[in-house]
Design a binder for this molecule. Structure first.
Ligand SMILES: [Zn+2]
Length: 139
């Protein structure tokens, strides 16, 4: 899908800080101040121990845990579970890629798409594979 085609994410008081940071290109997660685990989606109580949580800026790096192409959607899109470098696994969409070229465990990086009302939607795109070492320097 293109920017502006994404459904608007639900708005809530807990999501306001996330959306504000996302407009600046920053991807925020919440991490528990008691047990130290990060989680997705953002919650004020830790889903593991009910402790208090605080925002932190995430790396935006992750790997594909699972994915599927929704071929009957118009336009077709690929949804995936992506495991973030910080630990949580999130349901998201993969963009700028062909579903046939994807693989479980493939590295991906966060990119914000725009919903219909301009709200940033966290999506991921594959990290470009490194050139083969035998290719030599580019002339
Ligand atoms: Zn906790």
């Amino acid at each position: 899908m293109r920017d502006g085609d994404w459904p608007d994410p639900p708005a809530s008081p807990e999501s306001a800080a996330f959306v504000e940071a996302a407009r600046e290109g920053r991807f925020l997660l919440r991490r528990c101040t008691a047990c130290g685990k990060a989680h997705w989606y953002p919650r004020s109580s830790c889903p593991f121990c009910l402790g208090e949580t605080a925002w932190e800026e995430a790396s935006g790096e992750g790997t594909i845990y699972s994915y599927t192409m929704l071929a009957r959607e118009d336009p077709p899109r690929t949804i995936a579970y992506v495991t973030l470098a910080e630990g949580p696994t999130m349901l998201t969409s993969l963009v700028d890629c062909e579903a046939e070229s994807l693989a479980i465990g493939q590295p991906v990086r966060l990119v914000f798409a725009q919903s219909r009302n301009g709200t940033p939607v966290p999506c991921f795109r594959p990290v470009e594979a490194a050139e083969p070492s035998q290719a030599g320097p580019v002339p």
